[in-house]
Design a protein around this ligand. Structure first.
Ligand code: URA
Length: 442
């Protein structure tokens, strides 16, 4: 007879669980036959004892199959998806997806809300008046078929066991466990049905994984899960010590994404998006086309420069009920009432622009959530004007605070002053990427 306590005990004592034990545990937990305290106890046992590759794959599949697993094969020969492990100023999805779709590849993505300091992709999209993130599965499929691009929120049917377990992990200090994070992220990706998945795994001060080694380990585990499930996987390891691009805050990030799709935008964001999109093309080409990375980057760049990426974003926004006037004229996006410059109090070279402190400043202004369900102010945030390696003069603008509540400005300013650390010696710019893990070779 199955007893949840036996599974907890086995893992607590460092033994390997069978696939059957994992599946039954997750299935009973999903329907409420296993109480939260036993699931939390198992999460803590996994936190301390870890899991083997087979166990992690079983856990991921069990969570994916706890709800509806989408099959997109009747819509597209090959759909691609991307996932970012989350970062400060990370608006890459808004740029990358239209660029890839503009090359004729079907991209159907379900995104989450922000878990930490900054808003998630859905919060950014909701800065566009009328944009509907809550599509039904039928609408999701129809739009993917008709325009080859869909970007919406996860349905409650997508990996429900993960939603339940994540809520417990959040309050039992068991979030930062690589098997649990990997299974959580990948269960949603497997359930969403794409055959090719590019993972953008961040490391650094503004990331879940603070060190490159931890990010690499997480990326390797997630790639293995996907490969074992028959998906084509590539993971990029990307630097999240300083914000990506300049804008941190929901409408500000939409504006920056539009600028980037117009061929402008900050260099780091542009390069990051081109690389990510090029790897998505490589997966979609399945070794027969789009095999050369440099050529893929050039193709994506061409979609940036000829405006077809922007036109595809416009089609996406229109299809999901958003106000396309805001895409044509980003001045119509929500704007904060106050804009206050933060000036350098010294001179030197920017040695660190601490992403986590910039994110905290944006959070204080109202751009992110302290806890699940908190409201977000789409208009507020921080525009960072320096990158690591830049020479800074005394009195130069370091950032602009976009605030609606003037009482919050001083605290945000102080965080930004702490975030930008200057060195008297010249400093090298930070690399964008620290490596690629190509699951097609594993
Ligand atoms: N993102 C997720 O979806 N799950 C985690 O556990 C961590 C980050």
């Amino acid at each position: 007879m199955f007893r949840a306590v036996d599974v907890i005990l086995k893992k607590r004592d460092g033994q390997e669980l069978t696939n059957g034990e994992i599946f039954t545990f997750i299935q009973k937990f999903t329907v409420g036959d296993i109480p939260d305290y036993q699931a939390a106890a198992l999460a803590m046992a996994i936190y301390f004892r870890g899991m083997t590759r087979r166990e992690i794959v079983a856990l991921t599949r069990a969570m994916a199959e706890s709800g509806h697993v989408l099959d997109l094969s009747d819509i597209a020969d090959y759909a691609v998806d991307k996932h970012s492990s989350g970062g400060v100023g990370d608006k890459t999805t808004l740029v990358v997806l239209p660029l890839v779709a503009a090359c004729g590849v079907t991209v159907a993505k379900m995104s989450g809300r922000g878990l930490g300091f900054s808003g998630g992709t859905l919060d950014k999209l909701e800065a566009i008046r009328g944009y509907r993130v809550d599509l039904s599965e039928a609408e999701f499929r129809q739009q993917a078929r008709e325009i080859g691009l869909v970007l919406c929120g996860q349905t409650s049917e997508l990996a429900p066991a993960d939603g339940k377990l994540y809520a417990l992990r959040d309050v039992t200090a068991t979030v930062d466990s690589i098997p649990l994070i990997a299974a959580s992220i990948m269960s949603k990706k497997l359930a969403a049905g794409a055959r090719g998945i590019v993972l953008d795994v961040k490391y650094g001060s503004g990331a879940f994984m603070k060190t490159l080694d931890a990010a690499r380990e997480l990326a390797q585990v997630m790639v293995q899960i996907g490969v074992d499930d028959g998906r084509d996987m590539i993971a990029l390891l990307s630097n999240m010590n300083q914000p990506l691009g300049c804008m941190v805050g929901n409408a500000l990030e939409v504006r920056e994404a539009i600028e980037t799709l117009r061929g402008d935008g900050p260099q780091d964001l542009r390069l990051h998006c081109i690389e990510t999109a090029a790897y998505m093309l490589a997966l979609a080409g399945r070794g027969q086309r789009w095999t050369d990375h440099t050529e893929n980057c050039a193709l994506i760049e061409a979609k940036l420069m000829d405006g077809s990426g922007l036109a595809t974003l416009r089609r996406l926004v229109q299809a999901q009920g958003g106000d396309v006037a805001m895409i044509d004229n980003p001045d119509l996006l929500p704007c904060a009432a106050h804009r206050v410059e933060v000036l350098a109090e010294d001179q030197g070279y920017a040695a660190f622009v601490d992403a986590v402190l910039v994110a905290k400043a944006a959070l204080i202004l109202g751009a992110g959530r302290e806890k699940k369900g908190d409201p977000i102010d789409p208009a507020v945030g921080v525009e960072v004007a320096v990158k690591v390696g830049d020479q800074v003069q005394m009195g130069q603008r370091l950032a602009v605070i976009h605030a609606n509540n003037p009482a919050l400005i001083d605290e945000a300013r102080s965080l930004i002053q702490q975030a930008v650390r200057l060195s008297p010696e010249p400093v090298e710019p930070m690399p964008l990427f620290a490596g690629v893990i190509d699951g097609r070779k594993s």
